[in-house]
Design a protein around this ligand. Structure first.
Ligand code: SF4
Length: 425
């Protein structure tokens, strides 16, 4: 049963309707798949059940060829009296792991939803283990539980805890600008080059590639979000005195340009220098998107709630690819983080936060769009009904941010449509 609540009725903002009901979204443990690749000296120890272990193994199946940097400590059924054993067991697993893997510098203890894990206070456990391994490894606990998090919110919880764990440290210089949100190394390097050419710095990325290099914000630090699902991380950085810059997300030629412009304006970069630095990559991005636009123009698209990337992607596809966005549902909408996106996208008839699974699926069935962006679990049933789908998780795993990726981003949407057209011939 869904309950619709009007979230915003300000005449100047698009109306966002909150709808409650059943969801079908992966839990926050999924984000370990991209976080462990990014933070190269970290290990993610999930404290959970066999279900959690299976989820991780299947989501990160490619890792079977390498020494993995994640694992699941499985807790069997226990009552409260057995919780002392749980702590002992956790200590034993951690000891074994750290003696076998000296390269681990940060150990994330990741909570999950089985009741035994909820009873176990992981923050406490991390504190206890920290005093035992101080100087050897940094312990950080966060929750990836499906009760509290959708799959991208797992990253938000992780980064917010990294920020909190570093609060009060004075052994690092505060960077001028923090770029928050996991990006592929190739995108990070491109962004670093452009910021260098603009004369903005020192900049730092959160998460950094090693636990030691995680940035610490101060009152002179500015923050640009590279991913839209970082509500708690943004709050934590603001708590360290940093200022969050309002910008759309660096998706597409326009989004990327405005994202850099927000930083350039904040740091007083001259207009002429900004144009000099950005004009060539901007022209390349526009040309690459233009090629894909021919295949996307006039096609109808709908977004089911999954990643929180829904609105920035819809804005890019509508404004740069001439697609008709027919429906957007996002699992969680942060009006402050999305302010620039909403402004760019303008009024929209159908923007839903949360979403009841059956109601949203019925809506898609009525619309019969050319493409539906959705979670993996929903894609197959839609395909079986003759509706083309795109897994939103693919958009998290692919390098899609920045000027040089704008054409590839549009290509991720045109490919399933071209494939469908070929099958129909
Ligand atoms: S954390 Fe919860 S939702 Fe996620 S795999 Fe484990 S049991 Fe399932």
């Amino acid at each position: 049963m869904s309950e619709a609540v009007l979230a915003s009725d300000s005449p100047s903002n698009p109306v966002v309707t909150v709808e409650r009901g059943q969801r079908a979204v992966f839990c926050g443990l999924t984000s370990i798949v991209w976080l462990h690749r990014k933070i190269q000296d970290a290990f993610f120890l999930v404290v959970g059940s066999r279900t959690c272990a299976h989820l991780l193994q299947s989501a990160a199946g490619v890792m079977i060829f390498a020494e993995p940097r994640f694992a699941t400590a499985i807790l069997q059924d226990r009552d409260l009296a057995g919780m002392a054993d749980c702590h002992e067991e956790l200590d034993r697993v951690v000891e074994e792991l750290l003696s076998r893997r000296p390269e681990i510098k940060t150990l994330f203890l990741v909570g999950s939803c089985p009741s035994e894990v909820i009873k176990l206070d992981l923050n406490n456990a991390a504190g206890r283990l920290q005093s035992r391994y101080d100087g050897r490894v940094r312990m950080v606990a966060y929750s990836g539980s499906g009760i509290e998090t959708t799959f991208t919110q797992g990253e938000d919880k992780c980064l917010a805890e990294i920020v909190a764990a570093n609060s009060g440290r004075t052994d690092h210089e505060n960077p001028a600008l923090i770029i928050a949100g996991t990006l592929s190394d190739i995108v990070e390097d491109q962004f670093q080059r452009i910021f260098d050419e603009l004369g903005i710095g020192p900049i730092a990325f959160l998460p950094a590639r090693s636990g030691d290099a995680m940035p610490i914000a101060g009152p002179s630090t500015r923050v640009l979000l590279a991913q839209p699902y970082l509500t708690e991380t943004a709050q934590a950085l603001k708590g360290q005195g940093a200022k969050l810059l309002n910008a759309p997300f660096p998706l597409g030629a326009e989004g990327t340009l405005l994202w850099f412009k927000a930083a350039a304006d904040e740091f007083g970069v001259a207009e002429a220098l900004f144009n000099d630095v950005t004009s060539a990559p901007l022209a390349r991005a526009k040309q690459a998107v233009g090629y894909q636009r021919e295949k996307l123009r006039g096609k109808r698209i709908a977004f089911l709630p999954d990643s929180q990337l829904e609105l920035p992607l819809a804005r890019f596809l509508a404004r740069e690819c001439d697609m008709n966005v027919e429906s957007i549902t996002t699992p969680f909408h942060d009006p402050q983080i999305m302010a620039s996106e909403l402004e760019l996208f303008g009024d929209h008839p159908d923007m839903i936060e949360g979403g009841d699974l059956e109601t949203r699926l019925d809506h898609v069935r009525q619309l019969r769009p050319d493409l539906t962006v959705c979670g993996m679990g929903i894609a197959n049933p839609l395909e079986a009904e003759g509706l083309r789908s795109k897994w939103s998780i693919e958009l998290i795993f692919s390098p899609i941010q920045g000027f040089d990726q704008a054409g590839d981003l549009a290509g991720l949407f045109s490919r399933p449509l071209s494939r469908a057209a070929k099958l129909e011939v």
